[in-house]
Design a protein around this ligand. Structure first.
Ligand code: UGA
Length: 439
């Protein structure tokens, strides 16, 4: 089989590389020449555990190619994936100009039957627009080549993307012909060996499934953050409540960890887009509007605790921050709660010294010299009046607290991810604040 993947962002790169890993001939296309040159050298535009080695291995084996030439890649491919960005417009709706431009390009170069698959997260109805765009381009050429469109949303988590792709919980594919279903079954067969199901459905349902999945997960998180805030007021312990409800299989143990709000490039964008799509079609997604508003407030919760602890006298304090990325194992800073926290600290007159195991460069792009970048987690603590744990990187979980307390000016910890034990920290002489537990 031969496939083309257009767009070498997060989704496209992981998708193309993982298909190459099972022996399929893959060409990844991008219009950015520098990105393609780098990829040919094994230099990746993103950090994702294990991906660099996998790219290099498959390039060396001659199964994975990178190019800026759409024509050569789509001419005789069995499947072409569209995996370009759908950035949110001003009003929150997904901007489809890149997706449709690729569809046009495919229509201009297609030479035999192919399945054109949308992999980017796109609103319901997009595959139909892709089909129309390809038909238009074919008509212009005076050609009537047969093709199908399909929707195959991805459910990869940054930081665990390779495992998610190779061992998926499920694969969702929206199709409108048996021929396309056969091609997609053949393509995904290597990933179905351990009983992971491939679920075929109509195209609009597949498109909606992606949004509904992310919206449901975001809802779980905002719900838990709301419960955590109430636990704190009422003297309950959200960790206990979480374990108590999570053991009910109908609720489940995952994605009910309270914290400082969800971030990243997916939940915030997709929740907004779904609210917007509904609104445009005369429906009000009331629950999702609340999910979004709880999340906006939650990003300020840690700062509010700092302000309360120091009775509003924040000017001149030195604050250490552990973690900048929106979650561990990624350098992604998009919609990261750290950005909101840092802005509030700076406005209040604090100085900030931050450390993140991989997101330092990314942070410097966004924040410049407004904060100090520590060389490691302990360097960030020197003379600090407080430590804020913002991202739960594994290396922050069991620090040497004797060193921590020696380095800090004041022994105060604000734990935005509930990774420490309140009783232990109190015994060690720290003032300790976390989410959803009175301290
Ligand atoms: C999310 C989905 O989990 C993927 O299935 C989906 O494919 C992806 O979006 C996408 O649409 O591309 P991702 O954004 O990489 O993946 O990250 P998650 O691991 O889902 O975390 C999202 C946010 O939720 C993070 O800020 C995290 O800290 C927060 N979170 C997660 C919590 O606050 N509590 C939890 O219990 C779990």
């Amino acid at each position: 089989m031969k496939i083309a993947v257009v767009g070498t962002g997060y989704v496209g790169l992981v998708t193309g590389t993982c298909f190459a890993e099972v022996g399929i001939d893959v060409t990844c296309i991008d219009i950015d020449q520098r990105k393609i040159d780098n990829l040919c050298q094994g230099v990746l535009p993103i950090y994702e555990p294990g991906l660099e080695e996998m790219v290099t291995r498959n390039v060396d084996k001659g199964r994975l190619h990178f190019s800026t030439e759409l024509a050569g890649a789509v001419q005789d491919c069995d499947v072409a994936f569209i995996a370009v960005g759908t950035p949110p417009g001003e009003d929150g709706s997904a901007d489809l100009q890149y997706v449709l431009a690729v569809a046009r390009g495919i229509g201009e170069h297609l030479s035999s039957y192919s399945v054109i698959v949308t992999k980017s997260t796109v609103p319901v109805g997009t595959a139909a627009k892709v089909r129309a765009e390809i038909e238009k381009a074919l008509a212009k050429r005076g050609e009537s080549i047969e093709f199908d469109v399909a929707s195959n949303p991805e459910f990869l988590k940054e930081g665990a993307a390779i495992d998610d792709f190779l061992k998926p919980d499920r694969i969702v594919v929206g199709v409108s012909s048996e021929r396309a279903e056969e091609v997609m079954t053949k393509l995904y067969k290597p990933f179905l060996l351990n009983g992971h199901p491939i679920i075929f459905m109509d195209i609009p349902s597949a498109e909606m499934t992606k949004y509904a999945a992310n919206a449901m997960l975001a809802t779980k998180i905002s719900f838990m953050n709301d419960v955590a805030n109430l636990c704190e007021i009422m003297g309950a312990d959200v960790n206990m409540v979480r374990r108590g409800i999570g053991s009910d299989a109908r609720i489940g143990t995952k994605f009910i960890y309270p914290g400082i709000g969800y971030g990243g490039s997916c939940f915030p964008k997709d929740v907004k887009a779904l609210i917007r799509t509904a609104h445009e079609n005369g429906y009000d997604m009331q629950v999702l509007r609340a999910v979004e508003s709880v999340n906006d407030d939650q990003k300020s919760v840690l700062f509010n605790k700092v302000s309360k602890h120091f009775s509003g006298k924040l000017k001149g304090l030195k604050i250490a921050l552990w973690g900048l990325s929106f979650k561990p194992k990624t350098d992604d800073m998009r919609e990261a709660p750290s950005l909101v926290i840092i802005e509030k600290l700076l406005v209040a007159g604090c100085t900030v010294s931050a450390y993140d195991p991989v997101a330092m460069k990314e942070a410097e792009h966004l924040l410049g010299s407004s904060i100090a970048y520590a060389k490691d987690e302990f360097d960030a603590l020197i003379d600090a009046d407080a430590l804020l744990v913002v991202t739960e990187w594994p290396e922050f979980r069991v620090p040497n607290f004797a060193v921590v307390s020696r380095l800090m000016k004041q022994k105060v910890i604000f734990d935005g991810r509930n990774i420490y034990d309140a009783r232990e920290l109190k015994e060690l002489g720290f003032a300790y604040h976390c989410i959803g537990i009175q301290t």
